[in-house]
Design a protein around this ligand. Structure first.
Ligand code: NAD
Length: 264
């Protein structure tokens, strides 16, 4: 999967899946714009890419702010004049029993996980369309979750957000098809990142019957047909496929990356 000279913006680039996606796309030749609200983390992602001979620049970016999206697109237009890919990975996960999830927390979950994707797809469309016209296609990859496909205890706010990302993706795939912009969602199971492991810790805190974080991760591994939780690279490889021309006829699809967990 070659991504040579494709210009790709990855949000949530300071950590976890977003960081690994930046590294994996850059290793395949993409020029990365790594954005995050966490300056130091995203700058560190760029340092790692450059240390391996790749090209990356850091953008400080709060994905919940419409004007921040406008600024980011202006920088990309100035520097590259086009955008071949957008990976919406920034996110957070609220884990709380339903009756303890106050409305403010619920709203914050939707703002960070859903409004950001809406704003990002809208802000990026014209630069993506320009790239698609020049090279035959452009790609948006939205991070949903297996919790956007099925319910989970203590995850009412998160499931709401990831279910919305799934259908927003399909709606945009239909509307953007004529522009040759493909739009797909990726649905990981448990990935060992600060967010994934933090969610397990929170489940224990709010009463899940598990003795420790290690026990929780092993329980997921035992219930997963492939016998382990995911690493960020497992997800980044799939995102690379969806950004590359090899997936040129794939749009509106939902790709699970969960070792078979949700097939059961
Ligand atoms: N880790 C998992 O188990 C898992 C499973 C399924 C889906 N996902 C999804 O994958 C995506 C990435 O998760 P991860 O595990 O890499 O998480 P992570 O916590 O490692 O990274 C998330 C990044 O998003 C950034 N971020 C948060 N709010 C932001 C904002 N307002 N503006 C800009 N950046 C912001 C954080 O600073 C962080 O760098 C998320 O959308 C998450 O819901 C994760």
């Amino acid at each position: 999967m070659q991504l040579k000279d494709k210009v790709i913006l990855v949000t949530g680039a300071a950590s976890g899946i977003g960081r690994q996606t930046c590294l994996s796309l850059a290793a395949r030749g993409a020029r990365i714009h790594a954005s995050d609200i966490d300056r130091d983390g995203a700058a560190e992602t760029c340092r790692r890419i450059e240390a391996e001979g790749g090209r990356a620049s850091f953008l400080h970016h709060d994905v919940t702010q419409p004007e921040a999206w406008r600024d980011v697109m202006q920088v990309i237009e100035r520097q590259n004049g086009r955008l071949d890919g957008l990976v919406n990975s920034a996110g957070l996960m609220v884990v709380r029993p339903f009756q303890q999830t106050d409305f403010e927390l619920y709203r914050r979950q939707q703002t960070v996980n859903v409004d950001s994707v809406w704003l990002g797809c809208q802000a990026a469309q014209s630069l993506l369309a320009r790239a698609a016209e020049e090279s035959g296609g452009a790609s948006i990859v939205n991070l949903s979750s297996i919790l956007g496909l099925k319910g989970g205890s203590m995850h009412s706010a998160y499931c709401t957000s990831k279910g919305a990302v799934r259908l927003l993706t399909k709606a945009l795939a239909i509307e953007m098809g004529k522009l040759k912009i493909r739009v797909n969602s990726v649905h990981p199971g448990l990935v060992e990142t600060p967010l994934g492991l933090g969610s397990m810790t929170d489940m224990i805190k709010y009463g899940a019957p598990l003795p420790s974080l290690d026990a929780a991760v092993s329980m997921v591994a035992q219930r997963t047909p492939l016998g382990r939780a995911a690493q960020p690279l497992d997800v980044a490889n799939v995102i690379a496929f969806l950004c590359a021309d090899e997936s040129q006829y794939v749009t509106g699809s939902e790709l699970t990356v969960d070792g078979g967990f949700s097939a059961q």
